[in-house]
Design a protein around this ligand. Structure first.
Ligand SMILES: CN1c2c(nc(N)[nH]c2=O)NC[C@@H]1CNc1ccc(C(=O)N[C@@H](CCC(=O)N[C@@H](CCC(=O)N[C@@H](CCC(=O)O)C(=O)O)C(=O)O)C(=O)O)cc1
Ligand SMILES: N[C@@H](CCS)C(=O)O
Ligand SMILES: [Zn+2]
Length: 757
């Protein structure tokens, strides 16, 4: 029988129950027992939903209070010494969020997703132990509820490959034997509890592996297989987010009992895997775990039948391509979506039904799931034929883009001189990245407006007052280039998605971004255009409140693409170009409205980088072209900023330079400006604002610390090209810390100016 399997389910809850419980717990309004009860309720509901949908393989330990990589760190006892003295949830949340005494551990993107994990820290001489048995407890918890699960673990090699050595010269993989020993002990405990299979995730198998990483994979699984030879759960090795490529032989040769492969991103790898998989079971990732479109079940069935013909049904499982963590929970809650569009979509709950139908058909023939196949075929046909998808004017405009559309009138040196003459900014100009605190008051007002409890005029007046106050505060704090604060925006992508044609948006399509923070990605279903200006009213209102330069604030095309659910019926590059043209018009409108500076955020440009080196240049070419298309419609005197909140630039420096923004603001404070070495080595030609304040932490940085960061920066970048700003927007911070930190930031810039005078 072909089994229906799942690799992981969203844990935040259909109504973001976990988010609400976590935030109440952190505020002190909920005790640990109540938080645990909410979590247990969510787990129970998730297991029940999966059992009801007919999953034969149901994951456990896919739940997390914050992040599964942090869970693994805690389980291995790899707690950095600065958190010593804390236990249990206190230690766990301190690692994730920091305390007054100890800064949080670093957070970064999980492969090419918008999900963030907490980066493990490794130091020489650290020891590992089975510090908790949460995977075993969760297995037993499910068992007590009558659900036999397949526990999920982040693999030891992926965990080490994602870790950062904090001791100079320490090679993370040198710690592998100790880490694997803990996994072996854990697998033994899981066996005692009755687990017959475990799923071990090693997504690094879809990246370019170093010889040492490949060797580590062999070593790790040889050791685990030897440890399990006396009995223990069988291992399903899960790979996802792409093709195994040149790691295919390695993966197929590892001594594990099952292999999961991603056939959504890489359908072409099936034949090669079938040829090499030997006597392993094969889990076919046929339902897209990264997007929300209803599956083409007929096409997927073709692949499934190829596998069953080669291996026999007993050795085949049907599954989503990856954990369903990256898609919203349940389409059933989308009461406002029109029926046509809704018919094209599948969220996590619906994807389980797709997996089940496909498994039935793969085992017993299409007629065993005839209704599901007929409905899927009809939805595919309706979507392809829908008039809502195609806009000939948009297609024609995108096709007519020429190289000249990607060029500013003059080179940077000419532009910056004209801009400086217009703006008259001091040395080390100070600015912020755009958003100011999204206070509960603002969120409440927006929710009330959305529910119709606050009328348009009152909501507008409320936002005007927030904006006015924010501008006044920025003036008082002494910032040079001001922003309006983004109070009218729910999110930097969703806000634009709500106003563009070709997009739709959901009411409850939340996806975890980090910890309790969620995003609601808009859905790009058709050709994209801008029916009317989107930000000009607010930008004009803001500019009128001050005599200082006001920055217009936009999200760039690559980031809008990356943080939306994107149509899968045309290349991403094509969709991106359409978005770029829409934002280009907004840039032109902002310039016409008199905004002297326009920032186009490309916070997700790096996240979109393909996991494989060989595919990167093609992506960078179209991504940079889309940014340039957006930014090039303005005169020399209009200053274009961009912003990126990540600190790994080395491998994309030429692309960053090719974007040719007049000013780039980047995250730099956590890395002590080290990343500026990449800008120096590359001889990055334009202005740079390296962040001097880590806004992800509630800590207020001292002015002296900012001065020393800026001094390090001046050693690497010419002082006349340096800007002073935070790492990212301030929407998650509170006003008291913002006011103190900006006072220090402005003070730091003044100190440097005085020193230079
Ligand atoms: C910069 N980042 C972003 C990423 N992706 C995006 N799409 N957007 C980003 O900004 N990826 C990388 C980083 C990740 N960082 C963050 C930071 C902060 C958040 C965040 O705060 N998310 C909010 C939800 C934001 C939102 O859409 N808010 C809406 C709805 C708010 C809401 O829940 N309202 C309640 C009522 C509230 C009340 O009564 O108090 C309701 O409707 O029930 C809004 O502001 O209107 C979060 O809370 O998780 C995400 C990623
Ligand atoms: N302008 C946005 C960028 C975040 S990456 C903000 O300030 O929140
Ligand atoms: Zn940012």
């Amino acid at each position: 029988m072909v089994k229906a399997a799942n690799l992981g389910y969203p844990r935040i809850g259909a109504k973001r129950e976990l988010k609400k419980a976590l935030e109440s717990y952190w505020k002190g309004d909920l005790d640990a027992a109540a938080l645990e009860a909410t979590a247990a309720g969510l787990r129970a509901a998730n297991w029940a939903a999966q059992a009801e949908a007919g999953m034969a393989r149901i994951p456990s330990n896919d739940f997390s209070f914050y992040d599964q990589v942090l869970d693994t760190t805690a389980m291995l006892g790899a707690v950095p010494p600065r958190f010593a003295g804390l236990d249990g949830l206190d230690a766990y949340f301190a690692m994730a969020r920091g305390t007054d005494a100890a800064p949080a551990m670093e957070m970064t993107k999980w492969f090419d997703t918008n999900y963030h994990y907490i980066v493990p820290e490794l130091t020489a001489g650290m020891t590992f132990r089975l510090a908790n048995q949460i995977p075993v407890e969760r297995f037993k918890e499910a068992k007590a509820r009558g659900v036999h699960t397949r526990p999920v673990l982040v693999g030891p090699v992926t965990w080490l490959a994602l870790a950062k050595a904090k001791t100079e010269g320490l090679e993370p993989l040198s710690l592998l034997p100790q880490v694997v020993a803990v996994y072996a002990e854990l697998l033994g405990r899981l066996a005692e509890a009755g687990a017959d299979w475990v799923q071990i995730d090693e997504p690094i198998l879809v990246r370019d592996l170093s010889p040492a990483e490949a060797e580590a994979l062999r070593g790790a699984y040889d050791t685990l297989s030897a440890a399990l030879s006396k009995g223990g759960p069988r291992i399903l090795l899960a790979t996802y987010f792409g093709a195994l490529g040149d790691n295919l032989e390695l993966a197929c040769g590892l001594p594990v009992d099952g292999l999961h492969i991603d056939l959504v991103r890489a359908p072409g790898q099936l034949d090669a895997v079938l040829a090499k998989v030997g006597d392993k079971s094969l889990s076919l990732g046929l339902i897209d775990g990264r997007n929300i479109w209803r599956s083409d079940l007929s096409r997927a069935l073709g692949l499934a039948q190829k596998a069953t013909a080669a291996l026999g049904g007993e050795r085949v499982e049907i599954a989503p391509s990856c954990s369903l963590l990256h898609v919203p929970v349940d389409l059933a809650h989308e009461t406002a979506l029109d029926d046509e569009l809704k018919g094209w979509l599948a969220f996590a709950r619906q994807k389980l039904d797709e997996v089940a139908a496909l498994a039935r058909a793969a085992g017993s023939g299409r007629e065993a799931a005839a209704d599901a196949f007929a409905a899927a075929d009809a939805a595919m046909a309706a979507r392809a034929a829908s008039a809502r998808i195609h806009d000939p004017a948009v297609k024609a405009r995108a096709a007519a883009v020429t190289a000249a559309d990607l060029e500013r009138p003059s080179p940077y040196a000419v532009r910056i001189a004209k801009q400086q003459a217009r703006l008259g900014l001091p040395a080390y100009p100070t600015t912020t990245i755009g958003s100011f605190p999204q206070t509960p008051e603002i969120r409440k007002a927006r929710a009330a407006h959305r529910r119709g409890e606050m009328n348009d005029a009152d909501y507008r007046a409320f936002l005007e007052e927030q904006t006015r106050q924010c501008i006044r505060r920025q003036e008082e704090l002494g910032l040079d280039v001001l922003v309006h604060g983004e109070f009218e925006r729910n999110d930097m992508v969703e806000y634009f998605g709500e106003q563009l044609s070709g997009f739709t948006f959901t009411k409850n399509g939340w996806v975890q971004s980090y910890g309790s923070r969620c995003v609601k990605p808009p859905v790009i279903f058709g050709d994209v255009s801008r029916p009317r200006a989107m930000t000009v009213d607010w930008a004009k209102f803001a500019a009128a409140q001050t005599t200082r330069p006001m920055k217009g604030m936009l999200t760039g095309p690559v980031t809008i693409l990356q943080w939306s659910f994107v149509r899968d019926d045309q290349p991403r590059a094509e969709t991106c170009r359409q978005v770029a043209l829409a934002i280009r018009d907004e840039v032109a409108d902002l310039e016409r409205a008199g905004l002297p500076i326009i920032q186009i955020d490309e916070a997700a440009l790096r996240e979109g980088l393909p996991l494989r080196q060989a595919e990167r240049q093609e992506y960078l070419d179209w991504a940079v072209a889309a940014f340039r298309l957006t930014a090039s419609a303005v005169a020399d005197e209009t200053q274009i900023h961009t912003h990126m909140c990540y600190s790994e630039f080395n491998d994309i420096m030429p692309a960053i330079a090719a974007m040719d923004a007049d000013v780039i603001s980047i995250e730099a404070s956590r890395s002590d400006m080290e990343l500026l070495e990449a800008f120096r080595d590359f001889e990055y030609p334009n202005d740079i604002g390296p962040g001097v304040w880590d806004i992800h932490s509630p800590r207020v940085p001292e002015q002296s610390a900012m001065v020393s960061l800026l001094k390090s920066a001046t050693a690497l970048i010419p002082a006349d090209r340096l800007w002073v700003n935070p790492d990212c927007g301030l929407k998650t911070r509170g006003w008291p810390e913002v006011e103190r930190s900006i006072t220090h930031l402005v003070g730091a810039a003044r100190t440097l100016r005085e020193k230079a005078a």
